[in-house]
Design a protein around this ligand. Sequence first.
Ligand code: FES
Ligand SMILES: [Fe+2]
Length: 316
Amino acid sequence: MSAHEGYPWGWFVVGFSDEIEVGGIKNLKYFGQHMVAFRGEDGNVSILDAYCPHLGAHLGVGGTVEGCTIRCPFHAWRFDGAGTCVEVPYAKRIPPKAKVKSWHVVERNGLVFLWYDRAGGPPNYEIPVLPEYGDPEWGPWDVKLLHIKTHPREVIENMADSGHFPRVHGTHVDLFENEFTDLLCIQRIKGVAYPRGGGRDDFELEATYYGPGYHISRMEGVMASRLLLAHTPVDENSIDLRFGAMIKKVGDEAKTKLYSGMYVKNLQVGFEEDIEIWENKLYRDRPALCDGDGPIGKLRRWYRRFYADAPASLGD
Ligand code: FES
Ligand SMILES: [Fe+2]
């Protein structure tokens, strides 16, 4: 059996909060399944399997949100956020089988997270609050979404791959360190980036994965920034990659927006450089590594745990 059979367990970003307004519906496809997300009048987002347990209509295509429920477009059955049928307009009795799977959802830091565990177990860790999000001294997220034909292990591998920075990103690396815990994978880099537009940028960065699909980088210096990277399997061969930046406010709103926009542009250029490699490479189980490579073996061991059975709780 392959080390990466199926999908990893964990919290995964499936949308930006501002994409789903109250009463709004968003259709999703992740982990090879169709789902429907909707925001009820209480402000909470619920995610259900897309197909109605009655005769199989897609709830998100023509369905409507009523209060905190969604009404099917076909025969108007209504389901709450837990997937329980609460109304069949033309029946005296609601059939006990009228239930659709609901997913654990958490909204944090302007992002909608879905918990995935193939065995259906409950979440075993929490996504930490990012204090800068919503802080009046900080600008909002500036974000982008890319669909990439690759396996998430390729994106993860960047964390320990010190050797690709000069060649792929034109970055000079002075210090490169990794640290692993049960849940976290941390990367610390000091180096010099040469933005494609010209100039040089001495940077110091600490990047942390909280589980297998969500990652925040903290950069301090003349301009403090927080970078987001989140990737979620769409199916076994492709991912949605969301990334973004927020910066500590500089001058007025327009100037902050301009700078965070530049960060996002730079990030996008960086990802595009990686993507061409990812979409065309193969995965070597036993790579020929050299002494100058980062701890790729350690990183792989860390990542593989998310493909094993999810523990009820984590050590840290
Ligand atoms: S298919 Fe949804 S109510 Fe009939
Ligand atoms: Fe990279």
